[in-house]
Design a protein around this ligand. Structure first.
Ligand code: FES
Length: 252
């Protein structure tokens, strides 16, 4: 995540805003103030904010690394230390409440191993994942990856399933992964669990039966069934479009 001190936007920035954020309180408690540090520099903000909103309240403008603000995109990987604690912990800034005395730092990028592959070309996907990610075999079994996962996945469990070639199990265990990279940042063996798991999910998805609904919808799109609706939306002014977006039906 890249943040910039300066005029900023104390009320939030970019898409999403609070109404879509499951982790951001509806309103900060203005009467109560919380002290925290960003990269060692002290700030004070109203209580009841997430780390991300606290930074914005402190005057930072988040230029890169704030996507969904709802715990899905994994863009806001963060390391922090609680006051008095010896432990550096990890979190998603958009989902984690600010604690008094916290010292936080946002990770702009986690350099990870991303192999090149053609998922359609391999007849032995399990073998290919292990060939492309040989460091999987160096797993120490320390479980640091699982403890680092901000969405509570059994990361070490799916690394074990990768090693044993059980890709459907990998797909099941890793499905909610937000690709924040924190497991890779903490792994002492240099493993990038989440990119190997993504390869596995792609391989499993490639071999899964095609959903007839998807084929039907693609045919409708190609036949122009939604062209009129799209034209209508493109003709709306921004405020009306935003209101329509916020009022849209969300299916579970
Ligand atoms: S901004 Fe998407 S997970 Fe935090």
């Amino acid at each position: 995540m890249r943040v910039q001190a300066g005029p900023g936007k104390a009320g939030g920035s970019g898409m999403g805003e609070d109404r879509f954020s499951m982790g951001t309180p509806q309103s900060a408690r203005d009467d109560e103030r919380v002290k925290f540090s960003y990269q060692g520099v002290p700030y004070q903000v109203p209580a009841g904010l997430t780390i991300m909103r606290a930074l914005e309240m402190a005057g930072f403008q988040i230029l890169h690394g704030s996507g969904c603000r709802a715990g899905f995109c994994g863009a806001c990987a963060t390391v922090y230390r609680d006051a008095g604690s010896p432990e550096v912990r990890v979190a998603l800034a958009c989902q984690t409440p600010l604690h008094p005395g916290m010292d936080v730092s946002l990770l702009s990028y986690v350099p990870v191993h991303r192999a090149d592959y053609d998922v359609a070309a391999s007849a032995d996907a399990a073998g290919e994942v292990n060939r492309l990610y040989p460091e999987l075999a160096t797993c120490l079994g320390c479980n640091t990856c699982t403890k680092s996962c901000p969405v509570d996945l059994d990361v070490m469990g799916y690394v074990g399933a990768l090693l044993s070639g059980d890709l459907p199990r990998v797909a099941e265990l890793s499905f909610p992964c937000v690709s924040c990279g924190l497991c890779a940042a903490r792994c002492p063996a240099g493993i990038t669990p989440f990119t190997a798991a993504l390869h596995a999910r792609r391989a499993v998805g490639r071999r899964a039966p095609r959903a007839p609904e998807l084929a039907r919808r693609i045919a409708e799109v190609h036949a122009g069934a939604y062209d009129g609706e799209l034209r209508h939306l493109r003709g709306l002014d921004r405020a009306v479009l935003e209101a329509a977006y916020h009022a849209r039906e969300i299916r579970a």
